[in-house]
Design a protein around this ligand. Sequence first.
Ligand code: PMP
Length: 355
Amino acid sequence: MREYEKNIRKVEPYVPGEQPQNKVIKLNTNENPYPPSPRVAKALEEMDSDRFRLYPDPACTALTEALADFYHVNPDQVFVGVGSDDVLSMCFLTFFNSDKPIFFPDITYSFYKVWAELYRIPYECQKLDGDFRIVKEDYYKENGGVIFPNPNAPTALYEELDVVEDIIRANPDVIVIVDEAYVDFAGRSAMELIDRYENLIVVQTFSKARSMAGMRIGYAVSSPRLIKYLNDAKYSFNSYTMNQAALVCGVEAVKDREYFEEGLHKIIKTREWAKGRFEELGFCCLDSRANFIFATHPEYDAKELFEALKDNGIYVRYWGSERIEQYLRITIGTREEMEVLFGFLERYVGRQMPG
Ligand code: PMP
């Protein structure tokens, strides 16, 4: 080993889903199959590239104000970043500095463990129950902070707001982060609780319901007190996280509430139909409340099916990790993309579906 090696920060990185460059049916990274609001396309067309000479607004004022308006909070309660990954990472850096372990579920967004290791934060995973549900009492023990997604990923299960609130209420001395990347497809958001719990941070993204994964926009809503700490950390790291185009397009997307709601409706409708189709083919699906379905088949090996789908140009996500080695995570695509998926699955399981 070279001498300098011992002073290098070594991490086992998060492995993102594949982004194939050829044309495939892409149901592997929970992107939205529909384009963003037409107001985004218009803003891009009208964008003057001369603006790129200048640094963007470090405070991201226009986008922060648009989000504050949308959620009926004050602009000093909103923080924006380069996708919610950036926002979450900044939260880990800023808020999780205790000697006690932070808590998150054993089956969850795998980036949490990576950030904890990157920043050397002690952590303890709390086991989901036999039905892959969060056991709220596990989060009542002493800890250095709490984070969980709602709906959880990759299970797609949503916990009702009273469960979320019980966890927050039990943890007044630490920061509780609710990662709501998929909440628009699910139900009530913990955003409702912001004014009651100063230590709560709700993180959301433009990548899913707003169809803008490629623009990289995420945000946190919390008390002004915690948002100030987040900004202090951000300005000590990189003042200009958000590029000019993302700031302009983000504002346009937020302002088009009608398009946003129509888009949600389409995905939810396809999801509910898809659950039924999976079940007709003998799959067991968890009760998805997100824009993806977590499914297993009692007779077919998940890894083999994953490979077979890929060989046929249909990309889904497979982890092979403990307790979920027989599950696939399938993003909800357009109705047409899902028809191709079910056409393949019908042949694979050798069953003809009615209709
Ligand atoms: N949280 C969860 C639970 C996710 O699944 C994802 C998407 N991979 C993210 C956060 C990050 O999304 P983004 O950085 O695109 O906002």
